[in-house]
Design a protein around this ligand. Structure first.
Ligand SMILES: Cc1cc2nc3c(=O)[nH]c(=O)nc-3n(C[C@H](O)[C@H](O)[C@H](O)COP(=O)(O)OP(=O)(O)OC[C@H]3O[C@@H](n4cnc5c(N)ncnc54)[C@H](O)[C@@H]3O)c2cc1C
Length: 280
């Protein structure tokens, strides 16, 4: 297949059947479907999910199994589209375009720190699996408001007891693991001098910005996956711009040096659907 044919297929909306719908937390569900292109995606890439008659929204791929052509997304119920998605059952049909965007870079990383908040774990869990496969030492900080909201704790814990690494869970109310914000505990570990080859972050933007500033101060290499309103996902509409970058084409995964170039916007502003800048 020529590269141009491959791009056409990626951009084509494919109708897929939900093979399995699974509760993860009280507000988050995972949806598994069969699609060869998504099953071959790299950790960090995302897809556009069409919920028939409602809307089309961007979602990270949270698991890929190329051998059996299965892929998974993990969505929090926040608004119209994701609420409709949560009402769907095994056997229902959705539309899928993609996979799109950049992936987490893992080559030459021997010691990694992963910091995830909320549904950020959707894209970070396949990353942790890739790093373990690459035989890297992996430390995961996994944060949520309460014990019930911790996403993929079991999946990551099982992975790291097979591989070389450890997971630290944090909750804001102290109902599980360490009490407080995940960034506070990650910061303590970094300040103690444990300097990984790479820190990977995905979660609320303020949290990612905090970790970005810390990595700048400590000179630790950094990657983060950004979320923005997104319509086309192919670089045309401009809804997802952050400074000179488009999150859909240049991201969603950005390096620390790229984020340094757009630090007036990253952590401070995003664009609404009318293109106007809005403060976080
Ligand atoms: C690359 C990328 C990957 C994503 N991966 C995931 C994922 O794995 N799991 C997941 O649950 N969510 C993910 N999101 C966010 C998800 O796309 C939004 O939550 C979704 O579009 C909300 O649609 P809605 O109609 O349900 O809510 P709406 O009614 O549109 O909005 C509800 C709330 O969500 C906010 N919101 C809406 N769209 C976005 C958006 N694109 N980015 C940030 N905030 C938004 C709104 O400001 C509002 O506060 C991702 C977003 C991007 C850009």
């Amino acid at each position: 297949m020529k590269l141009s044919d491959f791009r056409t297929v990626v951009n084509e909306m494919r109708t897929v059947e939900l093979v399995h719908v699974q509760d993860e937390t009280p507000t988050v569900k995972s949806f598994t479907f069969k699609d060869t292109l998504c099953a071959r995606a790299e950790p960090g890439q995302f897809v556009m999910i069409w919920i028939p008659g409602v809307d089309e929204v961007p979602m990270s791929l949270s698991a890929m199994q190329p051998d059996i052509r299965l892929a998974m997304i993990t969505a929090e119920s926040v608004g119209q589209a994701t609420k409709a998605l949560h009402r769907m059952k095994d056997g229902d049909l959705i539309g899928v375009r993609g996979p799109y965007g950049s992936s987490y870079r893992t080559s030459k990383v021997r010691e990694a720190m992963i910091i995830g908040g909320g549904t950020g774990l959707a894209s970070l869990a396949p990353l942790a699996e890739r790093l373990v496969k690459n035989r890297a030492i992996v430390t995961v900080f996994l944060g949520a408001k309460t014990r019930r909201d911790l996403l993929f704790l079991e999946r990551v814990s099982l992975l790291l007891c097979k591989g070389n690494g450890q997971v630290t869970a944090t909750t804001e109310d102290g109902s599980y693991g360490l009490k407080g914000l995940v960034t506070e505990h990650a910061e303590k570990t970094l300040n103690k001098g444990g300097k990984p080859d790479m820190t990977y972050v995905c979660g609320p933007e303020q949290m990612m910005f905090k970790m970005f500033l810390l990595s700048e101060k400590l000179k630790v290499p950094f990657q983060a996956s950004l979320e923005r309103f997104m319509r086309c996902a192919i670089g045309l509409c401009g809804t997802c711009v952050v400074g000179k970058y488009r999150v859909c084409r240049d991201g969603p995964v950005f390096s620390g040096s790229q984020l340094r170039e757009v630090k007036e916007e990253f952590g401070h502003f995003r664009r609404g659907f009318d293109g106007r800048r809005m403060a976080f």
